[in-house]
Write a protein that binds this ligand. Structure first.
Ligand SMILES: NC(=O)c1ccc[n+]([C@@H]2O[C@H](COP(=O)([O-])OP(=O)(O)OC[C@H]3O[C@@H](n4cnc5c(N)ncnc54)[C@H](O)[C@@H]3O)[C@@H](O)[C@H]2O)c1
Ligand SMILES: [Zn+2]
Length: 356
């Protein structure tokens, strides 16, 4: 078993092991010994695949297990779904000593986490992420949240889980589309912090060594989050490719392009802009583009660049007249680069040849 300790305000451990869901009961008991009841929150795709095995493992160590299932998909990530989760907890008399298990992708983890942060002013929760994106990114770091009609993740809280249990075997049932989506974030970690990870992704087939890759990504995120839990500085590096990526998602009304795809395009555009502004080593954008294509991610979009840039101004991470872009010096080295909104279009488009 691979174990990674996270020293945030409330410390916890991340366990990575194939088949860990069958022995989750013992681990969960050790991190939440006062709990009697467990509520498994999961979506309509993941619950039928894995919940029975988790229920068995939890009941075997003495927990009384309840479940709450919501319809799978980002469109369920709203306050109505959250309200129904609160209802399930109240109806079953959950107290502050009890526990929530988030079983699923990032949508499940973000919402179950937000409910844990706010129900009775906070109860313990365990993350069992089952999508690649959730295993390498969203289950670690304590950001929880829910969408509003006006935008994604506009409501939220920082709330750390008491443990994260990652079972790479669950990825076997993930569709190739969502596997590729997670690869977008993995490539991002290589770009911002680890040249060796990037080299490995180029040389090997990530699927064959996914356990090592998950461990490396989680370790990178852990290190960043430990140094900057509430995103006052360094944590922003994790947004590489995201300022433009979010804007691209928005321009597509969050329908025909997914997060990982949009981030892939955003990373290539930022790397190219970095090169053209003399910041990023030449050839970097080409390498990122090739790697994204290798893992079935797009590298260009037909949305006019002016629209993408304008959309990015509304990003919740932009402050006042400036936008904090994340740029690469080279693969594995990144920094925060504030640009005035009035200069951003020029920065992005400067002699940029968008990939066809
Ligand atoms: N909290 C954070 O730090 C953070 C970071 C990145 C993204 N996010 C959030 O994560 C969400 C995206 O996460 P996601 O891509 O995991 O979305 P998701 O939870 O909707 O999962 C994607 C799809 O895969 C299915 N699925 C998940 N695991 C499966 C499995 N093992 N087998 C078969 N199907 C499976 C789900 O039912 C869903 O249809 C977004 O809402 C985003 O805002 C949060
Ligand atoms: Zn992302």
């Amino acid at each position: 078993m691979r174990k990674i300790s996270v020293a945030t305000g409330r410390p916890y451990e991340i366990f990575i092991q194939r088949g860990i869901i069958d022995s989750c009961g013992k681990i969960i008991q050790s991190v939440s010994s006062k709990s009697q009841k467990v509520m498994i929150i999961s979506d309509s795709n993941v619950f039928p695949l894995y919940a029975e095995r988790i229920k068995k493992s939890l009941s075997d160590v003495g927990f009384t297990v309840y479940s709450h299932i919501f319809p799978a998909g980002e469109q369920s990530k709203n306050l109505h779904t959250i309200y129904e989760m609160y209802q399930s907890l109240v109806e079953n008399s959950f107290t502050r000593k009890d526990l929530i298990v988030a079983l699923g992708g990032g949508v499940t983890g973000d919402m179950a986490g937000f409910v844990s942060a706010t129900y009775l002013r906070g109860i313990n929760f365990v993350q069992i992420p089952t999508s690649l994106l959730a295993q390498v990114d969203s289950s670690v770091g304590g950001k929880t949240g829910v969408d509003l009609p006006q935008g994604k993740n506009l409501i939220g809280a920082f709330w750390q889980p008491v443990a994260v249990l990652i079972d790479p075997d669950t990825l076997q049932t993930l569709t190739p589309h969502f596997f590729a989506d997670g690869m977008g974030e993995i490539i991002k970690y290589g770009c911002i912090k680890s040249r060796s990870l990037f080299d490995t992704l180029e040389k090997e087939n990530a699927e064959n060594i996914i356990e090592e890759i998950i461990e490396e990504c989680v370790t990178i995120k852990r290190d960043v989050v430990q140094r900057d839990e509430t995103e006052k500085g360094e944590r922003a590096l994790l947004n590489f490719g995201h300022t433009l990526g979010h804007a691209i998602e928005k321009e597509h009304n969050f329908t025909d392009i997914s997060h990982g795809q949009a981030v892939a395009i955003g990373m290539v555009m930022m790397a190219k802009a970095g090169e053209n502004n003399g910041i990023t080593r030449k050839g970097t954008a080409e390498r990122i583009a090739c790697l994204c294509q290798k893992y079935h991610l797009p590298i260009s979009d037909t949305t006019p660049i002016d629209n993408i840039v304008r959309s990015s101004f509304n990003d919740k991470k932009s402050t006042g007249s400036a936008v904090s872009l994340i740029v690469l010096d080279e693969i594995g080295k990144s920094r925060i680069y504030p640009v005035e909104k009035s200069e951003m279009l020029d920065f992005i488009t400067k002699r940029v040849k968008i990939y066809e």
